[in-house]
Design a protein around this ligand. Sequence first.
Ligand SMILES: [Zn+2]
Length: 159
Amino acid sequence: MQNKICEVCGDVFTPKPQVGKRQRTCGKTECKRELHNRSQRKWMERNPDYYKGRYPYVKEWLKAHPDYQRNYRARIKENSHKNGEFDICRKAWLTCAYGTPQDELTICEDSVLNKLKQVIDIQDKLISRISTNKRNLDQLTALIYKTSYPIDNTASYVP
Ligand SMILES: [Zn+2]
């Protein structure tokens, strides 16, 4: 199976044979979650009216199930230590910004380094294009200068 690049973190990964070409992320929980969120957002953009007008129904349902929201909040609180695992990448960025434990940073170091390499590559390409452009502009300016002062042979354009 040919290696692919994770659509979320940019890491190179080998797709699982069972999933094959359909696999779009490296498989890290936070990448799967992010891809899911993106799909969700796209779906909501395509179906903007889907949840409109649902509140009266939800309100009725909550009236019939008065404990639901309280229990829901309790469940979230209970599982908050698990939720920590879901957002390792965000944590790593926060670690960079505010300085907390080192191990959280190393988990995401590879993907951060990958991104950094991509940015440096793009910058290198831009620098080379800018120098080419500068050379071309210099040549054009020299040409214009020669055309404007064709008689004076001693005059020359100095970039
Ligand atoms: Zn990934």
